[in-house]
Design a protein around this ligand. Structure first.
Ligand code: NAD
Length: 488
């Protein structure tokens, strides 16, 4: 309609400090209404080429600034985003489908904190030094930025995950070309408008919008981009690894998960149930760290299931801008279909759906009838080999199964190709340590979920990724180390 086309938001690439239009565009949908509301540049080789050139040109000056100078600029950018927090939160919620509450309390505050965190941590790194007295030698290491960093991020936590890469990359003195997900590009574009005011020199941060196949791959294949930091699916990571192999690029890959929650019969259910609800359904289950396999010890299985399902039924799904809503819309029509299909497959295999998809009815406000909504869904009586227990669904679907012994549950929890995050619920300290040590998982949370000290490593094992991010880990990834020996 006229009204709609008038209101269309048209994004532009940000290259060398300037917004530049693109020759073609991709439609971007509002997941809670199903309307096209935004046009995203459909960039390709040419745009990536221009952005890499701008980043390369900006590198000598930016990399020779002191850490303190860069730190002050990152802090200024954090302040500017924080000043516009509400506008960023509204935009993220509209673009992604997540609730305004989640965007306000998680996405945008964390984006701000990412910038502040690396603005601070960059001031505190020390390099190693050893003495070889007998040889008359002193050895030390020095670290230098790598050059132009290619950053590729997914749609589930758009600005949060993008700043988690941009902040350490530029804090270390690299310049960047970033490619956010084509489905959620708006907040990245909004951030570009603040860069100059924050004092980020032209060309230090370049944003190229577009699809993975065109813009993403052009970045991955560019010979002047020695480093790629990627967060997204395992399948895409395999493709990126293949494509970048001829250039021997440095890769950081943060990928999918099939995360277990292990609940022993001595768990405090009054804590465990609300937290496991969040860990299963927060952000519509679209967080790589979300729980999707809940193992409950036999003695409390029935009680857990009854209480968990009762609470899941209370979760309100609907208009993301309604502050009382717990769950918004899924990212796209295709993704909603994919998630629904998993539930259908489980049913066809003989599993039971206790609440949610196909069982309960979803009442939506008139404006949201065409949105991509589904209810929190709990599946049980499902086999460990089922696709619902093996594959990443990345939606509001969680499976609950019973177990008997510690030994058994460790084997079953480890019995998937992924290894990102696990939660363990027990009041037995010895057991908690034993289980945590034996889980194949980059992160283990005991009696809690999603509490992160950014100083410590974040990342997955097995098909969940390669490399770690965090204060020291990101510093090491975004710098090149050199060992220097001095004989006196
Ligand atoms: P995706 O792999 O489809 O896309 C991620 C990004 O890669 C997007 O920007 C996309 O355009 C780009 N891309 C796609 N194909 C490409 C190619 N051939 N070359 C270069 N770039 C390409 O993932 P998604 O659907 O956007 O995100 C969901 C996935 O991300 C889930 O698997 C989730 O678990 C994972 N994820 C992982 C973490 C983590 O930290 N481990 C965090 C969030 C999400």
């Amino acid at each position: 309609t006229m009204a709609q086309s008038k209101a269309l938001l048209v994004l532009e690439n940000f290259i060398g400090g300037k917004f530049v239009p693109c020759s073609s565009y991709i439609d971007s949908y509002n997941p809670s209404t199903g309307d096209v509301y935004c046009k995203v540049p459909d960039s390709g080789k040419e745009e990536v080429e221009a952005a890499v050139k701008a980043a390369k040109d900006a590198f000598p000056v930016w990399s020779s600034k002191t850490p303190l100078e860069r730190s002050q600029i990152l802090n200024k950018l954090a302040d500017l985003i924080e000043h516009d927090l509400e506008a960023f939160a509204q935009a993220e919620s509209k673009d992604q489908g997540k609730t305004i509450t989640f965007a306000r309390t998680v996405d945008i505050p964390r984006a701000v904190y990412n910038l502040r965190f690396f603005a601070s941590s960059i001031l505190h790194h020390v390099t190693e030094c050893t003495e070889m007295t007998a040889m008359g030698c002193v050895n030390y290491t020095s670290r230098a930025p790598v050059g132009v960093a290619g950053l590729i991020s997914p749609w589930n936590l758009p600005l949060y995950l993008l700043t988690w890469k941009i902040a350490p990359a530029i804090a270390c003195g690299n310049t960047v070309v970033a490619k956010p997900s084509e489905m959620t590009s708006v907040t990245a574009w909004m951030m570009c408008k603040l860069l100059e005011k924050a004092g980020v020199p032209h060309g230090v941060v370049n944003m190229v919008f577009g699809t993975g196949a065109k813009a993403g791959e052009a970045l991955v294949c560019h010979p002047d981009v020695p480093l790629i930091s990627f967060t997204g699916s395992t399948l895409t990571a395999q493709r990126i690894t293949e494509k970048s192999a001829p250039h021997c690029k440095r890769l950081s890959l943060e990928l999918g998960g099939k995360n277990p929650a292990i609940i022993f019969d001595d768990a405090d259910l009054s804590q465990c149930i609300p937290t496991t609800l969040r860990s299963s359904f927060a952000n519509q289950g679209e967080i790589c760290l979300c729980t999707s396999r809940i193992f409950v010890q036999r003695g409390i299985y029935n009680e857990f299931l009854k209480r968990f399902v009762a609470e899941a039924k209370k979760w309100k799904t609907g208009n993301p801008s309604d502050p009382t809503v717990n769950m918004g819309a899924l990212i796209s029509k295709e993704h909603l279909e994919k998630v629904r299909n998993y539930v259908k497959k489980a049913q066809a295999e003989g599993a039971k759906v206790l609440c949610g998809e196909g069982v309960d009815s979803l009442a939506l406000p008139p404006d949201n009838q065409k949105g991509y909504f589904m209810l929190p869904t709990v599946i049980t009586e499902v086999k460990d080999e089922s696709c619902c227990m093996q594959e990443e669904i990345f939606g509001p679907v969680t499976c609950v199964v019973a177990f008997d012994t510690e030994e058994e549950v460790i084997t079953r929890a480890n019995g998937v190709k992924y290894g990102l995050a696990a939660t363990v619920w027990s009041s037995n300290v010895g057991r908690v340590h034993r289980v945590a040590h034996r889980l194949q998982s980059g992160l283990v949370w005991t009696n809690c979920w999603l509490i992160r000290d950014l100083n410590l490593p974040f990342g997955g094992m097995k098909a969940s990724g390669i490399g770690r991010e965090g204060a020291k880990d990101s510093y090491e990834f975004f710098t090149e180390v050199k060992t220097i020996t001095i004989k006196h």
